[in-house]
Design a protein around this ligand. Structure first.
Ligand code: ATP
Ligand code: MG
Length: 574
């Protein structure tokens, strides 16, 4: 491609509103342009990268035995009502009506559609397993679209769905997809970690998220320094046990703590560390009040609490709720508050200890509250949010926490969708069963954010070879001397020779200064830069520079380089 003809305008300065390096660089390098909040146009350079990521995913899906198809982006809302996910997705779903007021939505994902299609096509155990995928645009009206392609409202996803006679068969495909995902992210040159994930609205049991490790990631990844335990912080747990035994503490004593509704102020006032306090978090439990207890220096992990009380739903009390429950005194809640339906505590609270805690009375706390003497716990559950250094639930070694970008997720779904939508198969004996399903997503456009976050420097992007929009960035510097036309002629010949050898070349044939050309080459990030200039040609050489390492070398450009075999030319240049 000749840059003089390319639809590309690079930006020298950082665009306003782009908060992370990848967003800035993708805009500056002319890969994408924002059209609406979280909605982007893909310009030719960006389009080539997107196509390359999609192709890697396609190759690995095909190799894993999945078959490509395409489903519509417009989906009938009825299908979502049948699985009740219409409600679960809530405002995240882009909803629309046609001229007859029939209700539709834009595809945020496609379990309902694929399950309905499969229900109509497959009926026997002989037809299974079946694994189907598409690469298609998805729409989610995200609360906070941000960081460019990282959290967009329109984004490209690969979504695959597998159908099985039983869980064992599902597990085989699940493992194949897990392995295929590892190959995809390795080919994309990402540093990644598969971690135990949260199921969210999708439901189901086992699932793993593939996290590209990056400081800008929106997820916390908990991982063990010793064994292979790794989990999204939402589902991560620490090794914990309840301990028996009563604290040998003096009698409970009320203390005056005026205007001190927070842990820190009380701890300071009483001169004790925050961990000596007992934190009592009040929540609504389907209309009743529950209390979650953790040590004062720890936080409750909301996802852990939700899991502990499921299928009931926990919601932290708001000011209105406190008004409705006067015995639960905001800022001064004790574990023995009246009319509480459930007291649930983390095992850390079982340590024999005289706790400082709320007195259920404004401006008052108590000292030496003892479990089994002054208050009771109804249920024990892992509730605390894991912090670095906590013991690994598998091996007890210290845990670490780093940020990650979720680039993919694999789920064992079970029969939730097949039961709701009638995807049944007949077994050998003639009996009918719901198909057992798995589903598998990859954020193709989001991968590009993760790749640029990992592969860039001050000057611009440094694309990994497999994703680069071009293989070679050919720069011609004709100079002002008599030899200018000869230099251009050589560069043109090299461009043709490389093209014939099957090398994708971006040829900077523009009438621009060397400074501008080199700055653009660094910004665009094609892995190999070749420079044809008057100085080099005097010695019959072309300069070769690698974008990633800055390593420079020279290629002899005697008549040979232009006449060697395509294979030899490729090897010399790439
Ligand atoms: P998140 O937790 O980040 O909102 P999710 O778990 O809801 O994502 P999935 O339903 O698992 O997303 O979708 C599959 C993949 O699609 C994700 O792993 C992610 O890579 C990608 N993805 C999801 N939402 C977005 C988005 N708003 N913008 C870009 N990619 C997205
Ligand atoms: Mg997910």
């Amino acid at each position: 491609m000749r840059m003089s003809r390319l639809f590309l305008r690079t930006l020298r300065d950082d665009p306003a509103g782009a908060d992370i390096a990848s967003h800035r660089l993708l805009l500056r390098a002319g890969c994408i342009r924002q059209v609406a909040s979280g909605v982007y146009a893909w310009l030719p350079i960006g389009q080539r990268v997107l196509a390359k990521v999609a192709q890697i995913v396609r190759e690995e899906m095909d190799a894993a035995g999945a078959q490509e198809m395409t489903m519509p982006i417009v989906q009938p809302r009825e299908l979502w009502e049948q699985t009740k996910r219409d409600v679960d997705y809530g405002p995240l779903m882009f909803r629309l009506e046609d001229r007859k007021q029939a209700r539709y939505n834009l595809s945020p994902t496609a379990e309902e559609v694929i399950t309905t299609i499969v229900a109509g096509e497959l009926e026997s155990y002989r037809d299974l397993p079946m694994n189907l995928y598409q690469i298609n645009w998805k729409y989610r009206d995200e609360l906070r679209p941000r960081f460019g392609l990282l959290r967009a409202r329109e984004f490209l996803m690969k979504d695959a769905y597998s159908f099985h006679i039983d869980v064992d068969d599902l597990k085989r495909t699940y493992q194949d997809m897990y392995d295929a995902y590892s190959r995809v992210f390795t080919r994309c040159a990402l540093t990644f970690r598969p971690v135990e994930g949260e199921a969210g609205e999708i439901g189901g049991d086992t699932n793993h998220e593939f996290m590209a490790m990056a400081a800008v990631g929106e997820d916390d990844v908990v991982w063990c320094q010793k064994c292979d335990y790794a989990a999204n912080a939402e589902v991560a747990r620490r090794k914990s046990e309840t301990v028996d035994g009563k604290a040998d503490a003096p009698a409970r004593e009320k203390v005056h703590t005026p205007d001190m509704p927070g842990i820190t102020a009380v701890a300071e006032h009483l001169g004790v560390p925050a961990g000596e306090l007992l934190k009592c978090i009040a929540f609504d439990l389907d209309g009743e009040v529950g209390l979650a207890l953790v040590p004062g220096d720890r936080d409750v992990n909301p996802a852990a609490l939700a899991q502990a009380v499921a299928p009931k739903r926990a919601r932290l009390l708001a000011d209105d709720d406190f008004a409705a429950h006067p015995h639960v005194v905001k800022g001064y809640i004790g574990p023995d508050a009246e009319s509480v339906a459930l007291v649930i505590a983390d095992p850390m609270v079982s340590a024999p200890h005289g706790w400082v805690t709320g007195a259920n009375e404004i401006d008052h706390h108590v000292r030496s509250a003892v479990l089994g003497r002054d208050f009771e716990v109804g249920e024990w559950a892992d509730l605390v949010a894991v912090v670095p250094g906590d013991p690994c639930p598998r091996c007890g070694s210290p845990l670490s926490i780093d940020r990650g970008i979720e680039v993919g997720q694999v789920f064992e779904l079970g029969t939730k969708y097949s039961e709701a939508l009638g995807a049944l198969y007949t077994d050998e004996a003639g009996a009918q069963h719901p198909m057992v399903m798995g589903c598998y997503g990859i954020g193709i456009s989001r991968i590009i954010t993760a790749v640029v976050e990992e592969h860039h420097d001050e000057q611009g992007i440094a694309w990994p070879a497999e994703l680069a929009p071009y293989d070679v960035h050919l720069v011609v510097i004709p100079g002002k001397g008599d030899e200018a036309s000869e230099v251009i002629k050589t560069a043109d010949e090299l461009y043709d020779a490389l093209a014939n050898a099957g090398v994708d070349v971006l040829y900077d044939d523009r009438d621009a200064s060397p400074g501008v050309k080199f700055a653009d080459a660094d910004l665009l990030g094609v892995p190999v830069r070749l420079t044809v200039g008057a100085k080099g040609l005097k010695r019959d050489v072309v300069e070769r520079k690698l974008r990633k390492t800055g390593e420079e070398s020279e290629l002899q450009i005697t008549d040979d380089l232009l006449t060697v075999s395509a294979e030899e030319l490729r090897t010399a240049v790439l």
